[in-house]
Design a protein around this ligand. Structure first.
Ligand code: CO8
Length: 304
C-alpha cells in the first residue's frame, strides 16, 4: 500500500473507506458512508500540508512536505493547530499520533526561508503564537500524543517531537537542535524541554555543539522512549497507543496534568522567546540563514 492510500478514515464500527486527497472518485455509493466520506474528504482537502486519519480511537497527523523534509512553514503550523483542535475535540479520538511523510524526515525544522525574512518583533510574535497554538497545545493535551520520528527531527522538528508525551524513533532517525548554526537559538520550547528530558549538561552539549544524535544515543540519554525498525514504526506506535487507551480517559488526563505540573514552575519559555527574538537583530542570523539558502558554510563573527 502506498503512502497516501494508507490514510483512511474509519471509526470503531464503520468499514474503512479508502481516502485519497486528490481522488474524490473513490467515494463509496452507500449514502451514509458517502456522507461520512464527503465530510472527511472535505476536511482533508482543506489541508494542503498535512494528511489526517482517524482509526480506532487514534487520530494520525502526517506532515506532508517531503520535498522540503517536512519543514514547518506558516501554513503547515496553522493546519497542525487546526488538526490538533479537531482531534482534541473529537469524542471518537483517544490519542494522537504525529509523523512525517516520506522515509527521510520527521520534520527538518522551521522553514528557514520564512525565518530568514522575519524581523525581531515578528519573530517574537511568531514564536509565541506557535508555542501556544501548537507546541504547548500538544504538551498540555489531555489525550496522549506520540511522535513517530521517522528520520531527521531537527530544530523545530525535534521541538515538536519533544512537546509530545512519547517519542518512538526509527533506527535511522537523527535528532538535534542546529539553530545555533543559523545564528539563532531554539524558539519552540527546545531550551526548556531538552533539559527536562536529558538533563542540563547533555542539553547544553547538544544545543551548543549543534550536533546530531542518532537513535541509539537518543534512547540512552532519555530523549526517546523506543527505537523501532523503520518499517514497523507506525504499527508499533499504534499498538502502544492502543495499550494506553485501555486505561480510563479521566485517569489518563489526570496523570498527564500531574506529570506536566513538575515542568511548569518557571517562565523559561518566555525567556526563550525573548532570547530567540534578540538573535534576529544580529548579523550572524542574516549570515546563518543566507548561508543555508545559498548552500554554503556560514562565516560567523567570533568571540565578542
Ligand atoms: N527549512 C526550509 N527548507 C528546508 C529545511 C528547513 N528547515 N530543511 C531542508 N529543507 C529543504 C532544502 O532546502 C532542500 O530544498 P531544495 O531541494 O529546494 O534545495 C530540501 O529540503 C532537501 O534538503 P537537503 O537537500 O538539504 O537534504 P540533505 O539530505 O542534503 O540534508 C539536512 C538534510 C541535513 C536535514 C538538511 O536539509 C538541513 O540541514 N536542513 C536544515 C536543518 C535545520 O537547520 N533545522 C533548524 C531550522 S531553524 C528552527 O527549526 C527554529 C525553530 C524555532 C522557530 C521559531 C519560529 C519563530
Amino acid at each position: 500500500m502506498d503512502e497516501k492510500s494508507r490514510h483512511t478514515y474509519s471509526s470503531a464500527n464503520e468499514p474503512e473507506i479508502a481516502l485519497h486527497r486528490k481522488a474524490p472518485h473513490h467515494l463509496p455509493t452507500n449514502p451514509y458512508i458517502a456522507f461520512k466520506a464527503v465530510h472527511f474528504i472535505k476536511t482533508a482537502m482543506n489541508y494542503q500540508n498535512i494528511l489526517t486519519q482517524q482509526k480506532q480511537g487514534i487520530f494520525s497527523i502526517t506532515i506532508n512536505r517531503p520535498e522540503k523534509l517536512n519543514a514547518l512553514n506558516k501554513a503547515t503550523l496553522a493546519e497542525l493547530h487546526q488538526a490538533l483542535h479537531q482531534a482534541l475535540t473529537d469524542a471518537q479520538t483517544g490519542a494522537i499520533l504525529i509523523t512525517g511523510a516520506g522515509d527521510k524526515a520527521f520534520v527538518a525544522g522551521a522553514d528557514i526561508k520564512e525565518l530568514a525574512a522575519l524581523q525581531a518583533t515578528e519573530a517574537k510574535a511568531f514564536a509565541k503564537k506557535n508555542q501556544d497554538e501548537v507546541f504547548n497545545l500538544i504538551a498540555d493535551a489531555q489525550k496522549p500524543v506520540l511522535a513517530a520520528v521517522n528520520g531527521y527531527a531537527l530544530g523545530g522538528g525535534l521541538e515538536l517531537a519533544m512537546a509530545c508525551h512519547f517519542r518512538f524513533a526509527s533506527d535511522n532517525a537523527k535528532m538535534g537542535l542546529p539553530e545555533l548554526t543559523l545564528g539563532i537559538i531554539p524558539g519552540y520550547g527546545g531550551t526548556q524541554r531538552l533539559p527536562a528530558l536529558v538533563g542540563k549538561a547533555k542539553a547544553l552539549e547538544i544545543i551548543l555543539s549543534a550536533r546530531q544524535v542518532d537513535a541509539v544515543e537518543a534512547l540512552a540519554i532519555g530523549l526517546i522512549n523506543r527505537i523501532v525498525p523503520a518499517a514497523d514504526l507506525i504499527a508499533e506506535a499504534e499498538a502502544f497507543l492502543q495499550q494506553v487507551l485501555k486505561q480510563p480517559a479521566s485517569a489518563i488526563s489526570a496523570a498527564i496534568k500531574a506529570v506536566n505540573a513538575t515542568y511548569s514552575v518557571n517562565n523559561g519559555y518566555d525567556i526563550e522567546i525573548e532570547q530567540f527574538a534578540r538573535c534576529f537583530a544580529s548579523e550572524d542570523f542574516k549570515e546563518g540563514t543566507q548561508a543555508f539558502l545559498e548552500k554554503r558554510k556560514p562565516n560567523f563573527s567570533k568571540y565578542n
